[in-house]
Design a protein around this ligand. Structure first.
Ligand code: ATP
Ligand code: MG
Length: 180
């Protein structure tokens, strides 16, 4: 019984308006890689992986694999969203299902997937189904603002990053090593 509990993969959600959702997921990846686990990170919205982590990930290969999947420009105010963005998000989810089924990975990070659902690029139901079908032992981390209620309900661990202060508000632009 204990053994089985230890082997169950967790569903983890990093959400909220404060900084740290993606970087906390990458910190968990770092920890997992140290233990010899294989980690895949998929990007649902263009431009959320920065050069810093992409270059560092190469040094952690093959344990860590980061795949930028978002395509083109996502117009965050446009409703309904562009077909092209919907298709890119669907391809990304399909990639997750394929990677999960391959059993090659111990952990998969779905970066900005919460935002993709909130923005209407992906139906929440499809993501729930994909998560319910995942191999028992696979850990999945979902990041992004506005995590849908059903995803929060399904998850084992949910953290809401709260903005107390952000340098950006004083006019400090993105800082190398901190934001990219
Ligand atoms: P990070 O990648 O630094 O962990 P995040 O994943 O929590 O941030 P996103 O919503 O993905 O946050 O933010 C995209 C970009 O905006 C990142 O460069 C991030 O550092 C920056 N950012 C995050 N939170 C804030 C904030 N509250 N105010 C201003 N910029 C922010
Ligand atoms: Mg992020």
């Amino acid at each position: 019984m204990k053994d089985k509990a230890e082997k169950r993969g967790l569903i983890i959600v990093n959400t909220g308006n404060g900084k740290g959702k993606t970087t906390a997921a990458l910190g968990t990846a770092l920890r997992a890689c140290g233990g010899g686990m294989r980690v895949l990170a998929l990007q649902f919205i263009k431009g959320t992986w920065r050069y810093g982590e992409l270059d560092a990930a190469k040094r952690l290969a093959p344990e860590l694999e980061i795949v930028p999947m978002g395509e083109g420009f996502v117009n965050l105010t446009k409703q309904p969203p562009d077909e092209r963005d919907v298709a890119a998000a669907e391809r990304c989810l399909a990639r997750f299902e394929q990677a999960a089924a391959s059993r090659k990975y111990d952990m998969i990070i779905l970066d900005e997937i919460n935002y993709a659902m909130d923005y209407g690029l992906l139906p929440v139901k499809k993501v729930l189904e994909a998560l319910k079908r995942k191999p028992e032992s696979l850990h999945v981390i979902l990041t992004g603002r506005n995590a849908p209620r059903e995803i929060v309900d399904l998850a084992d661990t949910v953290t809401e990053m709260k903005e107390v202060k952000h340098a950006f508000r004083k006019g400090i632009k993105a800082v190398k090593g901190i934001e990219f």
